[in-house]
Design a protein around this ligand. Structure first.
Ligand code: HEC
Length: 125
């Protein structure tokens, strides 16, 4: 009697892919309509350059690194409602779990502009 060997193909190789998320962000190439704020910071451009890899250009975080890091869907009304601008500023500046800190990469003005930008990502449904 022959027994079929079941190969346990599933591995934690996926974890290795996490390392790929750490690659330096490429300059954004998407030609989007500019969303300049008072401080002449183009928040859309900053978002695409530093945040899009995980959060997606639409903020829904349906990206590969976004999936592996468990990135927040920034468009969710429930999340938008319970999160204050102060909380967002703090998380973007200092980081939280898999969310990297940006206080050394972006200026305070840029981070402020990103908070406003993230507010605009809110979906209606
Ligand atoms: C390496 C992937 C990655 C990148 C790049 C990244 N994020 Fe995140 N982000 C995450 C993860 C993961 C979380 C969820 C953190 C947690 O578990 O609390 C998160 C959470 C957030 C939150 C929610 C914080 C809260 O209070 O719930 C905001 C806002 C946010 N990110 C904004 C940004 C902005 C703006 C940028 C670009 C400057 C950015 N993220 C770049 C992975 C990323």
């Amino acid at each position: 009697m022959m027994k079929t060997t079941i190969l346990h193909g599933l591995s934690i190789a996926g974890l290795a892919l996490l390392a790929a998320c750490q690659s330096p962000s490429k300059p954004a190439q998407t030609a989007k309509s500019s969303t300049k704020t008072k401080g002449a910071v183009d928040a859309a451009k900053v978002f695409d350059a530093h945040c899009m890899a995980c959060h997606g250009s639409d903020g829904k975080s349906k990206t590969f690194p976004g999936f592996f890091t468990g990135a927040t869907n920034l468009t969710k009304p429930a999340w938008q409602q319970k999160t204050t601008n102060e909380q967002m500023t703090s998380v973007i500046s200092k980081g939280h779990r898999m969310m990297p800190a940006f206080e050394n990469k972006l200026s305070k003005v840029e981070i402020k502009a990103l908070v406003v930008y993230v507010r605009h990502l809110k979906s209606d449904s």
